[in-house]
Design a protein around this ligand. Structure first.
Ligand SMILES: NC(=O)c1ccc[n+]([C@@H]2O[C@H](COP(=O)([O-])OP(=O)(O)OC[C@H]3O[C@@H](n4cnc5c(N)ncnc54)[C@H](O)[C@@H]3O)[C@@H](O)[C@H]2O)c1
Length: 248
């Protein structure tokens, strides 16, 4: 029970990595607030976790909307009185090159991937400050570490923003006992990239030293470490979970 007594709020939790984190955190004793724009999948996840003996509440949240953040924070505090862990996981990817990026796409990606992380952080900080502790985990990407082909550069821009926003949060709020770290996943087997590779094993053999795509649980274990008190001296750091992709 590595998260016993902690309250963890996870965005983009209805499926993929967020759902895996919600299930793992719950198994490790956390009360989980799972949020997403996908209500049906979120409710199913809530039911599954609670059926397995966990404590999960699903609340609708579009991370780019400050009013919805206010609602989620107030609903969470009504039920649990505190927030110990925030995982800013929600995100979208857009495939192509900069030629494909319209102003509308730029704004949408930045609103969800970057502004969403800013808003979540802004709304949990006062609560974490009250308790003199907290762990904020921001899901960036290997796309926040380097450029790449195939994805619109606005995705890299948004994930790079998450990386440095995390470090500034760590610098400014360490004095309140609040930690902030980013995770940089490589290729993870979720719906986000499902449609991009027909013959995935071949693709990943060339790209990834471990020669395979990762399962979402392999990122969730990294998030678990950063959420738990085992990482009590870790802040402003980047946890790269990419099978060696960026080591090349
Ligand atoms: N899959 C990968 O290979 C990979 C690699 C690196 C980083 N990431 C990042 O990991 C995170 C999780 O992605 P995933 O792989 O689980 O993909 P996914 O598409 O399965 O999950 C993303 C979740 O975010 C939710 N979401 C999208 N827009 C939202 C919004 N406006 N408000 C709230 N929720 C919203 C979706 O509904 C979905 O549940 C994302 O930030 C993604 O950029 C993914």
């Amino acid at each position: 029970m590595r998260l016993e007594g902690k309250v963890a709020l996870i965005t983009g939790a209805s499926r993929g990595q967020g759902a895996e984190e919600a299930k793992l955190f719950s198994k490790e004793g956390a009360a989980v607030i799972a949020t997403d724009v996908l209500d049906e999948d979120g409710k199913k996840l809530e039911a599954e976790i609670n059926r397995d003996g966990g404590n999960c509440l699903f609340i609708h949240l579009d991370v780019s909307d400050p009013q919805q953040w206010e609602n989620v924070i107030s609903e969470t505090l009504k039920v649990h009185k505190r927030i110990d862990v925030l995982v800013n996981n929600a995100g979208i990817a857009v495939w192509g090159t900069n030629d494909d990026t319209t102003e509308e796409i730029w704004d949408n990606v930045m609103d969800i991937n970057a502004k969403g992380v800013f808003l979540g952080t802004k709304y949990v900080l006062p609560e974490m400050k009250k308790h003199g502790s907290g762990s904020i985990i921001n899901i960036s990407s290997v796309s926040g570490l380097r450029g790449q082909a195939g994805i619109q550069p606005v995705y890299n821009a948004s994930k790079g923003a998450v990386r440095l926003f995390t470090k500034s949060t760590a610098v400014q709020y360490g004095q309140y006992g609040i930690r902030a770290n980013s995770i940089h996943p490589g290729a993870i087997d979720t719906q986000m990239i499902a449609h991009t590779h027909n013959d995935r094993e071949d693709v990943f053999k060339d790209l990834v030293p471990l020669q395979r795509i990762a399962q979402p649980i392999e990122v969730a274990y990294g998030a678990l470490y950063l959420a738990s008190d085992e990482s009590s001296y870790v802040t402003g750091s980047e946890l790269v979970i990419d099978g060696g992709l960026t080591a090349k």
